[in-house]
Ligand binder design. Structure first.
Ligand SMILES: Cc1cc2nc3c(=O)[nH]c(=O)nc-3n(C[C@H](O)[C@H](O)[C@H](O)COP(=O)(O)O)c2cc1C
Length: 214
């Protein structure tokens, strides 16, 4: 299954979490076996990720249908996806019933990485893997590099700073200008009547002072 609500939650031991609705076929399997694999998604895997997120394993063998390579994992019985650049084999340590979703907390017991994403020193270089983000209904390929860890406090003249203050300022001004657009302007932008109705409803529902101004 495709899961957007997943993430790293501890570095030592390496732990992850994934939030899954009890009605998912995968939920039962993970609850029963206490094992799963997180396979990172690339641009090439986006079609497969979407399909795995809208069809159930109850009805279709997704590996077969999508011609994905079922690779035996090293430490868990759940298979890994051969086409994924990084596969995290996980053992469930706790389950928190949150409401609509159950939060599976798990320990990462094995990580497999496609060798092409390891540099000469064996460090993970994932910038070129074409990783994909899922943002509010849209799949996006990750954009340009904006900085590296700690760049905001790095001394000038040291490592190259990412993004000039000038361009950041111009971007902030542009955003501010866009935010100043009146609701009426925003409504004009959506041509379809049904979209306009929905936007009108939203504008009525949100009190102006509560609207987020980024
Ligand atoms: C992009 C995307 C992200 C999703 N994220 C989650 C998630 O985090 N948790 C969840 O329970 N379902 C999520 N889903 C829905 C499941 O992937 C979907 O219901 C899937 O068909 C379940 O498959 P299964 O029945 O074989 O387990 C997501 C779907 C998509 C398309």
């Amino acid at each position: 299954m495709t899961a957007a609500w997943t993430g790293t939650i501890c570095s030592d031991p390496v732990m992850v979490s994934v939030s899954i609705r009890p009605e998912r076929y995968s939920h039962d399997i993970i609850a029963r076996t206490g094992e799963f694999v997180i396979n990172l998604t690339t641009e090439q895997l986006t079609y497969a990720a979407d399909f795995c997120g809208v069809r159930s394993g109850r009805d279709v063998d997704k590996f077969e249908h999508l011609h994905l390579t079922r690779v035996p994992s090293r430490c868990v019985s759940a298979p890994s996806i051969g086409e994924s650049p990084v596969c995290l084999e996980c053992l469930v340590t706790a389950v928190e019933k949150l409401g609509t979703h159950d939060l599976f907390i798990a320990k990462v017991v094995q990580v497999s990485v496609d060798e092409q994403y390891l540099d000469k020193k064996g460090r993970l270089v994932l910038e070129d893997a074409g990783l994909v983000a899922y943002v509010h209904g849209v799949y996006l390929s990750l954009g340009k590099k904006l900085g590296t860890f700690g760049f905001s406090v790095r001394k000038k003249g040291g490592a190259k700073r990412m993004g000039s203050t000038k361009s950041a300022k111009a971007k902030a001004e542009k955003r501010e200008k866009a935010d100043r657009r009146k609701p009426a302007d925003l409504l004009k932008a959506s041509a379809k009547p049904e979209k306009r109705k929905a936007a009108e409803k939203r504008n009525r529902a949100v009190k102006p002072e509560k609207r987020k101004v980024r």
